[in-house]
Design a protein around this ligand. Structure first.
Ligand SMILES: C[S@@+](CC[C@H](N)C(=O)[O-])C[C@H]1O[C@@H](n2cnc3c(N)ncnc32)[C@H](O)[C@@H]1O
Length: 257
C-alpha cells in the first residue's frame, strides 16, 4: 500500500510513525509513507501558501495553486485507484468500515488543511472524498491524517503481531470489544472475572461475546439497531441486561439517602 500525505508539516506525520506497531510495519515495508509539501510548489521569494479570505474575517486560507500542484503530484505518484481524501471536520465520519475498505485498496492520498481551511475550488477540483475524525476542530489535518494512517496500516496483513487482534476488536464485527484483564488476578480488592482464569476456552468465548453485546447495548445502542441477534446472542444480552439492572439497583442502594 502506498500512502501519501499532502501537508505543510511533514515532520508531524513522519515523526508519528517512528515507533509503535505502525512504525514497525512501515519500516518492514508493509506500506510506504511519503509526504508532499505544498510549500515546495509555492512561487515567490516567501513561498507563501496562504492568503486572506475573500469577504474578510479572521485567519488565513490555504491558497489553491500550491495545494493543487502538490495534490496532483501526489496523485501522479500514487497507484491507480488510490483515492484522494481531504481531511476536514465537514467530511463524512471516518469509521472502522472505511479503514477496512482503504486497507483493502492500493493506497491513499490524504490532504491535510491548516488555518481556516482550504480554498473550496481546490476541494472541488481534486477531492474524491472528504473525511472527518469527528465533531471537533483540530488546528491542522496532520493529526487527522496520522489517525487515518494508523487505523489503516494496522489492518494490513503482517502489521500486527497476531492478525486475529484486528478481527476481535471494537467495531470489527459491529460490536464494542469485551473488557480485557491481565495479571495480577486481584487489584485493590477487584478480582479479574473467574471465567477468564478457568482455562475453559468455550466459556471464555461465551463470556466475551456476552460482554461485547452488553457493552454495545449499554454504551452504543445504535450499533445494535438493524442487527439481527441470533437466539444465543439474544439470550446472552438478556442475561447481561438482567445483571446490569441488579448492578444499577445495588449502586443506588449504596448511595447515602
Ligand atoms: C482549523 S481547521 C479548519 C476548520 C474549518 N474552518 C471549519 O470550521 O470547518 C484546519 C484543518 O484541520 C483539519 N481538521 C480539523 N478538524 C478536523 C476533523 N475533525 N477531522 C479531520 N480534519 C480536521 C482540516 O484539514 C482543516 O482544514
Amino acid at each position: 500500500m502506498h500512502i501519501t500525505t499532502v501537508c505543510l508539516h511533514p515532520e508531524m506525520v513522519l515523526d508519528a510513525f517512528k515507533g509503535g506497531v505502525c512504525g514497525r510495519a512501515l519500516e518492514a515495508g508493509v506500506a510506504s509513507l511519503r509526504c508532499v509539501n505544498p510549500r515546495d510548489f509555492a512561487a515567490g521569494p516567501h513561498r507563501s501558501v496562504d492568503d486572506r479570505p475573500y469577504g474578510g474575517g479572521p485567519g488565513m486560507v490555504l491558497s489553491p495553486e500550491p495545494l493543487l500542484a502538490a495534490v496532483r503530484a501526489a496523485r501522479a505518484g500514487a497507484p491507480g485507484g488510490a483515492p484522494v481524501i481531504f481531511l476536514t471536520p465537514q467530511g463524512g465520519r471516518f469509521t472502522q468500515r472505511r479503514a477496512r475498505e482503504l486497507a483493502a485498496g492500493p493506497g491513499m492520498v490524504l490532504v491535510a488543511g491548516r488555518y481556516e481551511g482550504i480554498d473550496e475550488r481546490a476541494v472541488e477540483l481534486e477531492a474524491d472524498e472528504e473525511l472527518s475524525l469527528g465533531d471537533f476542530v483540530l488546528s491542522g489535518g496532520e493529526l487527522a491524517a496520522c489517525a487515518v494512517i494508523d487505523a489503516v496500516v494496522r489492518l494490513l496483513p503482517g502489521a500486527l503481531g497476531d492478525d486475529r487482534s484486528a478481527e476481535e476488536e471494537s467495531f470489527s464485527v459491529g460490536l464494542l470489544d469485551f473488557p480485557q484483564y491481565t495479571r495480577p488476578a486481584v487489584v485493590e480488592d477487584r478480582e479479574a472475572p473467574e471465567v477468564l482464569l478457568s482455562g475453559d476456552h468455550e466459556q471464555v468465548r461465551t463470556w466475551r461475546l456476552k460482554q461485547s453485546l452488553g457493552r454495545t447495548w449499554a454504551r452504543r445502542p445504535e450499533l445494535l439497531s438493524g442487527r439481527d441477534l441470533d437466539e444465543r446472542e439474544s439470550r446472552l444480552l438478556a442475561e447481561f441486561q438482567a445483571e446490569y439492572d441488579i448492578k444499577i439497583r445495588d449502586a443506588k442502594d449504596d448511595q447515602p439517602h
